[in-house]
Design a binder for this molecule. Structure first.
Ligand code: AGP
Length: 576
């Protein structure tokens, strides 16, 4: 998927800054790349087909530069189609992410312009050139951007004009604030080594970036916008292991800061618009696959009472019995880390054909589920490299918990304690005892049931132990036949309305010799082992999930398997 990187500085930088930024975006996938820098004489650019292997040695040191990795959509993989693109006089340079859906009609006004390639992007540079005859660069970009249909992000520079203008709608852009320098990227990972102060641009924002200043405007009204600066430590965003033994461990540990950020961020996030949409819709469906389905299930349980409307949740692959209930008054919220899960995409395409409003909650900007959605909430997690979903799962929960007014402070503190050596050793001792068993059961009720399903999935997919989750209420309808002396049963027992019932389920299991491992905010005589969590109300689910992730990872380590790339699994299931 495409990537944008740029900087503007009061001191000269060589092309390494943009070059390294583009390399940090390689994990997104691309097929060509290019860089442009300004010099006293002219804009100098260099473009390459294929991977970022050779160095852009023709790019001189500069005060301002833009770079782009292209994943071809309109126009083949050729140098003419590679970004940056220019106007007729090579005075304006532009890089672009997204798809200009109306580029052919816009191109009709550019008959006398020399268009070199076949991309939708190139016409943007020529539109700016046209406006530039009567307007300054900022206004020219604004007028141009307002004509673009589709999900787009653009970054524009001009020869001897000490500013970069950016605008976005639906395709992410972030500005990094430095000392006498400012940076921009489509993905925080490209510039997180340069600063920890970021401005995440929202849809229809237009920004004028100089070495000392960033001004943001509403692109339609040109009114100045007061923006917030987010402090995000680089440990959250870079894709190196940073001393962790594997990505699973690293990404489990990142959850403390991610959930802390979610708890602190301003609430004018798309997630709140999604909730408002839910309140106005006739039917509300939450869906996803795997862990993302578990997030959909949990969030449906906590949102429903908040908006006083039923919220239905089903795995995307099992949605067809409900197809006929999808109408133009329905809301479908799809959860997905990759944004490329085929079952979710197929359901979304079907729903859109029925006029359904689609919202997506994803971790991958530019992905298909980003482009297809009418409204999209990007998870503030940075790339998740381990096949197991961990930080993206808890972020999907934390965003909704926060949006229904839950303060996550207690669970953040709890997670911090769980991630400390003392607690980790306690989980490890338990893992040592469990590792030799072939079957583990996880039992819960109510809001904890999706967490039990997620616990079972984590254990299954990384330790290959058969782990089965079920409702305590279902125990006597069959599963209790599986209990033998010593069978390990994890009982998830937060301090909620189901506590007494889940304890009685534990008692029934214990009466048949089952081994009871309690995860709860209070110990109980029925527990043979006890892992404590603080009572954080609905957000106790976050602490319990982190315990489950750690337990699964430690079972994997004991059994000597690969924690990041378990057998038979892919990070994204893009084929049925
Ligand atoms: C979760 O640990 C697994 N990696 C898997 O269940 C995953 O959640 C599922 O394939 C959905 O992927 P998505 O979130 O990218 O849509």
């Amino acid at each position: 998927m495409c990537g944008i990187v740029g900087f503007i500085s009061s001191t000269e930088h060589d092309s390494n800054l943009v070059f390294n930024g583009l390399k940090n975006l390689e994990y997104r996938g691309y097929d060509s790349w290019g860089i442009v820098a300004d010099t006293d004489q002219q804009l100098v650019d260099q473009k390459f087909l294929g991977k970022i292997t050779s160095f852009p040695d023709q790019i001189p040191p500069s005060f301002i530069s833009l770079g782009h990795t292209r994943w071809a959509t309109h126009g083949g993989i050729t140098l003419d189609n590679c970004h940056p693109h220019f106007d007729c006089h090579h005075q304006v340079a532009l890089v672009h992410n997204g798809i200009v859906e109306n580029y052919q009609s816009l191109q009709k006004d550019l008959k006398n312009h020399r268009i070199l390639g076949q991309t939708d992007t190139e016409i943007i540079a020529h539109l700016i050139e046209k406006y530039r005859q009567k307007h300054n660069l900022l206004e020219s970009v604004r007028l141009t951007f307002n004509q673009l249909h589709g999900l787009n992000a653009i970054a524009v520079m001009e020869h001897q004009n000490n500013q970069i203008i950016v605008a976005k709608n639906g395709s992410p852009l972030v500005i990094g604030l430095g000392k006498n320098a400012n940076y921009l990227a489509s993905d925080i990972n490209a510039i997180s080594n340069l600063t920890d102060q970021f401005i995440f641009l929202e849809d229809n924002w237009l920004a004028q970036i100089t070495p000392q200043n960033v001004q943001i405007f509403d692109s339609a009204t040109f009114k100045k916008i007061k923006y917030t600066i987010q402090k995000i430590s680089s440990s959250l965003t870079d894709t190196d292991l940073n001393g962790y033994p594997n990505y699973l461990a690293k990404e489990i540990h990142q959850q403390f800061q991610i959930i802390k950020n979610i708890n602190q961020q301003n609430l004018n996030q798309p997630i709140n618009q999604i909730l408002k949409l839910a309140q106005k819709s006739d039917q509300i469906f939450f869906t996803g696959c795997g862990s993302s389905y578990h997030a959909a299930y949990f969030n449906s349980l906590i949102v429903s009472p908040k908006i006083n409307r039923p919220v239905y949740s089903f795995p995307a692959s099992e949605f067809s019995p409900y197809d006929n209930f999808l109408t133009d008054k329905s809301l479908l919220v799809v959860f997905s880390q990759s944004g490329e899960t085929i079952d979710a995409i197929n359901l979304v395409n079907f729903a859109k054909n029925r006029g359904v409003t689609v919202a997506s909650v994803i971790n991958s900007p530019y992905s298909t589920l980003h482009r297809l959605a009418d409204i999209c909430q990007i998870l503030p997690c940075g790339p998740e490299k381990c096949v197991l979903s961990t930080k993206t799962f808890t972020a999907q929960l934390a965003l909704f918990l926060r949006s229904i007014g839950q303060d996550l402070t207690d669970s953040i503190f709890d997670i911090q304690q769980i991630l400390k050596t003392r607690y980790l050793s306690k989980i490890n001792l338990l893992a040592q005892k469990i590792a030799s068993y072939q079957h583990i059961f996880i039992i819960a009720r109510g809001n904890s049931l999706p967490i039990a399903h997620e616990t079972a999935l984590k254990i299954k997919e990384v330790s290959y132990i058969h782990a089965e989750s079920f409702s305590g209420g279902e125990l006597k309808h069959g599963p209790i036949a599986l209990i033998e002396p010593g069978t390990p049963c994890i009982i998830i027992a937060p301090n909620d309305s189901h506590y007494d019932d889940i304890i009685s389920s534990a008692t029934e299991i214990k009466a048949r010799g089952g081994w009871i491992i309690g995860i709860s905010s209070k110990n109980n005589s029925v527990f043979d082992n006890y892992l404590s969590v603080s009572d954080s109300g609905l957000s106790t689910a976050l602490s319990i999930t982190v315990i489950a992730q750690i337990l699964a990872g430690q079972l994997c380590q004991i059994k000597g398997y690969d924690p990041d790339k378990p057998r038979n699994l892919a990070k994204s299931v893009t084929v049925k």
